[in-house]
Design a binder for this molecule. Structure first.
Ligand SMILES: [Zn+2]
Length: 75
């Protein structure tokens, strides 16, 4: 099953790996973020979704660090 990277702020698909790389990704990200299960999930079709952040959100987060906190609060 392919692995898809999706922005956890705006749901944009950032990219996909055309092979099952879940184990590799787990090892890769474990060092970065620790709580890997918060970032990886399986969807209904059994595809692995990695919740990441897209360039757009990364930029706006850098420019307006309070914006996303506010948006999450309002939802
Ligand atoms: Zn985004």
């Amino acid at each position: 099953m392919p692995v898809r990277y999706r922005c956890r702020h705006c749901e944009t698909e950032i990219g996909r790996l055309p092979f099952d790389a879940e184990e590799t990704i787990r090892k890769l990200h474990l060092f970065e973020i620790g709580e890997i299960d918060d970032y990886i999930e399986k969807d209904a079709r059994g595809e692995t979704i990695v919740h990441s952040i897209c360039e757009h959100c990364e930029d706006s987060l850098r420019q307006f660090p309070d914006y996303h906190a506010l948006k999450n609060w309002l939802q």
